[in-house]
Ligand binder design. Structure first.
Ligand code: AFP
Length: 374
């Protein structure tokens, strides 16, 4: 109850001041009439109550999809609980394995992946699971046909940050199986970004957050460890049309095509009209960098390279879900040549260049990359 009283005592203090310091000598029933709405108004809006209380923002959202989102919240609670004690419970360092991406697997990558698998094996809400950490998806015939959703995810984003207590995240994309006559296959998971029915991320920063969209705006919830619930903290997030920061690994500068180099150079030149020069903000965690940009504007880039035109990031469970979130908040997401959500998906672990953020910043980057600006 402490939290409530803190809040409502503020209102009482307000009433008090208006009452010129005299104690609130009001009949009990009157006080009740005044205080309940105030207290009720301040009651924390949890994820599940938000989805039920805001039908307009969740039109077409089935009970299963709402449950699926809250189960992703559960994954976030379980993982953030471990992360808070990471240095104390032997979950730092590597497993010695190499994953399908050719990367060394961190213990936390494995724990995060296992947590997603366990939670979704148990809840029966998905009939297929595809992960950055698994070459092949897990198909769940036992959940089919009642479970019509398929979940694609990056269980732990920013693995290079695990052992130095820097921000981490997880990214998810939800599509429907689209077949009621047969169990879905791996190919059914390989879909265009425009076919997503929901997308979002978990951010493990100074607090744990769940940010999602179901195609009607973007909402952010902060995990309140005191009540173990995600509480609405950012409703209908709108990204500023232009920002003052950019996030890119400039160590790769010499690997980029000239047009890309020119764009990054332009961000460092004084230009009052666009508020340049911009500041660099690059954390090694895509989720953390995109979250900063979603709230404050700016641009994140993991561009294609001369030797690797497809870049590093994965289309289906990194670029597509973040593109849906950012577009729903009024921003843009591009390969430099086209809209991310229109990219033809061909393989499960397909890579794609990603330029994402404020609409005007992404537009500028596209003009440079396409040689329409020098
Ligand atoms: P990891 O999860 O393998 O650390 O990759 C993180 C990431 O996908 C994204 O979160 C970062 O922004 C980007 O890659 C960092 O890549 P570089 O280390 O090449 O800059």
């Amino acid at each position: 109850m402490g939290r409530l009283w803190q809040t409502s005592s503020a209102d009482c203090r307000l009433l008090h001041r208006r009452n010129k310091g005299r104690s609130l000598s009001l009949p009990a029933s009157f006080k009740t009439v005044i205080l309940i709405p105030i207290i009720m108004g301040q009651f924390p809006l949890t994820l599940s109550s938000f989805i039920t209380q805001k039908p307009a923002a969740h039109q077409g959202v089935t009970g299963e999809l709402a449950a699926l989102l809250s189960q992703i919240g559960l994954v976030g609670k379980l993982i953030s609980q471990d992360l808070r004690r990471a240095g104390l419970i032997d979950i730092l360092g590597t497993t010695g394995e190499i994953n399908v991406q050719g990367e060394t697997v961190k213990k936390l990558d494995e724990i995060a992946n296992e947590t997603f698998l366990k939670v979704f094996h148990q809840n029966g809400l998905a009939c297929a699971l595809a992960s950055e950490e698994m070459e092949k998806p897990v198909l769940l015939p036992e959940n089919w046909p009642q479970a019509k959703y398929m979940l694609l995810f990056d269980p732990l984003d920013g693995s290079s940050n695990t052992d130095c207590n820097m921000p981490l995240g997880a990214i998810f994309s939800v599509v429907t199986s689209g077949h009621s006559d047969r169990m879905p296959t791996t190919d059914d998971l390989i879909r265009k970004g425009t076919e997503q029915v929901a997308a979002g991320y978990l951010l493990y920063g100074s607090s744990t957050m769940l940010v999602y969209t179901v195609g009607r705006g973007v909402h952010g919830f902060t995990l309140d460890p005191g009540i173990g619930e995600y509480v609405l903290s950012h409703e209908q997030i709108r990204i500023p049309t232009r920002g003052k920061v950019y996030g890119v690994n400039e160590g790769n500068y010499h690997k980029w095509p000239g047009e890309m180099q020119k764009y990054i150079d332009s961000l460092k030149v004084k230009d009052t009209a666009t508020g340049r020069p911009y500041s660099v903000r690059y954390s090694g965690c895509l989720v953390a960098d995109v979250h900063r940009i979603l709230l404050g504007g700016g641009i994140y880039l993991y561009p294609g390279e001369i030797e690797k035109p497809e870049g590093k990031l994965r289309l289906l469970y990194e670029a597509n879900p973040l593109a849906m979130v950012v577009e729903q908040a009024g921003g843009k997401a591009s390969t430099g040549a086209m809209r991310i959500l229109d990219v033809e998906a061909k393989q499960l672990h397909q890579r794609v260049p990603l330029i994402i953020g404020s609409a005007e910043d992404v537009r500028d980057a596209e003009e440079f990359i396409q040689g329409r600006r020098v």
